[in-house]
Design a protein around this ligand. Sequence first.
Ligand SMILES: Nc1ncnc2c1ncn2[C@@H]1O[C@H](COP(=O)(O)OP(=O)(O)OP(=O)(O)O)[C@@H](O)[C@H]1O
Ligand SMILES: Cc1ncc(COP(=O)(O)O)c(N)n1
Length: 267
Amino acid sequence: MAVYKALTVAGSDSGGGAGIQADIKTFQELGVFGMSVLTALTAQNTNGVHGVFAVPPEFVAQQMEAVLSDLGTDAVKTGMLFDSSIIRTVADKLKEYKVKNYVLDPVMIAKGGAPLLLEEAVAAVKEYLLPLSTVVTPNLPEAEVLTGMKRIETIEEMKEAARILHEGGALNVVIKGGHGTGPQVTDLLYDGDTFIEITADRFDTPHTHGTGCTFAAAIAAGLAQGMSVPDAVKQAKAFITAAITHPLGIGSGHGPTNHWAYNRCEK
Ligand SMILES: Nc1ncnc2c1ncn2[C@@H]1O[C@H](COP(=O)(O)OP(=O)(O)OP(=O)(O)O)[C@@H](O)[C@H]1O
Ligand SMILES: Cc1ncc(COP(=O)(O)O)c(N)n1
């Protein structure tokens, strides 16, 4: 049996819905062996982030070395990276170990508004990580920050943002439409040549905590298994749609999605 491996470099969500916890659950459900490098601990639940404890960059480096020098990986996904010193450390290790299949989820702000990336670190994302990425997966507000565009709402504006991020060095760009409005939610994939719109019905629920993490981890799992980028993104969309449309209904705020649903519930 072939064993495929994926590594998440991200923050811990004590509530289990986002961050490292969402990523590992997603890897497991999609048949990939999951490994983790922690960049920060958050004291977090469905009502928000109550505290952040960043991991020193030297220890982030030590974790990456431990994993990559021994187990190796077929894909890496990064999520919450918090500050520019952690970003530079992660970029150095991705280059040192010649990581292929790198999914960059440029996490910036938690649902309740808490910053998961310091403002000083935005430039480092663009300079050090974007050029290494196989796929970058910003939501609409993140795409605005990364491109400098004032407003990204329409498909045409999403296409323009995707072009800018591709020029910025990402091989493939997925602009996620979760923060948009309307009866459908469209994610736009761009490979520098072709645009592919991937659309699902918008599900009316407050339980969307960790959707971005889960989606990016699912892309990494597909790439780890040798899927093409479009196939990995389409599988990820099916995975997150199942997870959103079969809510667990736990917690008193924005609850987690249901990582079991894709393999166990009727689609
Ligand atoms: N209400 C919804 N119904 C169906 N799909 C959704 C919904 N909200 C988000 N999605 C899907 O979930 C994935 C993540 O999109 P989103 O734009 O929400 O990312 P994010 O903002 O990074 O996540 P989060 O809002 O959890 O921080 C995308 O594939 C998007 O299409
Ligand atoms: C540790 C951590 N990482 C990321 C997110 C964002 O989650 P998402 O954008 O997927 O809801 C989060 N809330 N906590």
